[in-house]
Structures are given as C-alpha cells and as structure tokens.
Design a binder for this molecule. Structure first.
Ligand code: ADP
Length: 189
C-alpha cells in the first residue's frame, strides 16, 4: 500500500507519521529526513542541499527522486509505504506514478492534513524555540508555506481526480488527530 501524507510545514505531519508507520507497519519515507542525512555528508551535494534547505527552497526533483528511488529499491515494492514530504511537485508525482505503474501499482491514498494558517505560525514559533532546525526561522517557514501553496497543494487536484484524497483536520491533541487519520485510512471517512 502506498500512502502519501501531505501538509504544510508545522502541520504536525512528522509526529503523526511516526505513529502511523508503527500502526500500519509501513516504511516511513520522509524526504526531509533523507535529505538532511545527505547534507550532513561532507560533499559538494551536501553543501548545495544545505544552502537550499536553509533558505526554505525546494531541492531539485532530480536529487529528490534519486534519493527516493534508491530507498525504494532497497525496500522493494511489496511493502507498505508512507511518503512524507514527497511528492512535493507535480513532476515528482508523475515520476512516482511511473515507478509504480511499471509494476502495475498505484498510489492508494493521499491524506492532506489541514490547519488554519494562524495555527501554523504559532506552532512554528514554539518549534523554533524548542529545536534548532536552521530552516525554522519565521522567514524561511513563511517561504516554505508559500512554496507549499504554489507547488505542492496542486497535488490535491492531481490526485483528487482519482478520488483518493482525504482531508483531515489537524487541529486538536496528537491523539485526536491520530484517531481521525486512522479512521480515514480504515473506513475512508
Ligand atoms: P517541512 O517541515 O517543511 O515539511 P521537511 O522536513 O519535509 O520540511 O523538508 C525540509 C526541506 O527539505 C524542505 O524545505 C526542502 O528544502 C527539502 N525537501 C524535502 N522534501 C523535498 C521534496 N520532495 N522536494 C524538494 N525538496 C524537498
């Protein structure tokens, strides 16, 4: 099963994704985590990624797809996947379709976690105070939200025409949101 988890920065995706993969016995493919690992390596690519990520910009589709494909090669397609932070552009979504359809497979479910913008801003302020992610300054988060709206939100329509998108309200306690997610995945509502 291939599930895509969509949502703007600070919507709470990371927290919920960790719980979901445990519940679903799925592999968690977080491109943010995978790219952070690459950028830690002392290489030209690592430096380039650091620059882009710290500015809140997207990494190129080519690099992202390389990282995702090599991970999928290792895991194999006969597994449950939760994609978190991927695809982020229509080009990435088309590339994922191509990978899956070559094996007669397809994305099964897309979940969009939604919260009002003001809640996002408040959460980012809190997160910036707790963690020290270089891309969590108010300016870069605003940039990431803009990029999300421009480049990633169109995926809702892209997959929506297939009838596989569910919107889930991300406001509430971690448990409340998790229960909503499970209910959508298990019953489709
Ligand atoms: P967020 O909290 O914004 O959802 P992530 O941890 O998913 O952050 O990603 C952090 C950064 O990594 C992004 O701002 C971007 O620079 C890069 N990134 C992650 N996934 C992708 C992707 N699929 N395509 C392009 N860039 C990506």
């Amino acid at each position: 099963m291939f599930i895509i988890f969509l949502g703007p920065p600070a919507v709470g995706k990371g927290t919920q994704a960790s719980r979901l993969v445990a519940h679903l016995s799925a592999h968690h493919l977080s491109t943010g985590d995978m790219l952070r690992q690459v950028r830690r390596e002392p290489s030209e690519l690592g430096e380039r990624l650091a620059e882009l990520m710290d500015a809140g910009k997207l990494v190129s589709d080519e690099v992202v797809l390389d990282v995702v494909k090599s991970r999928m090669d290792v895991i194999g397609l006969d597994a449950n996947y939760l994609f978190d932070g991927f695809p982020r552009t229509i080009a990435q979504a088309e590339a994922l379709d191509a990978i899956l359809s070559a094996s007669d497979l397809a994305v099964n479910h897309v979940i969009e976690l939604v919260v009002p913008d003001q809640v996002l801003v408040d959460r980012v302020k809190k997160r910036a105070a707790l963690e020290s992610r270089a891309d969590d300054t108010p300016e870069t988060v605003a940039k990431r939200v803009d990029i999300y709206r421009e480049q990633t939100e169109p995926l809702v329509a892209f997959y929506g025409s297939r009838g596989i998108v569910s919107k889930v309200d991300g406001v509430g306690t971690v448990d409340e949101v998790f229960d909503r997610l499970i209910s959508v995945l298990e019953t489709g509502s």
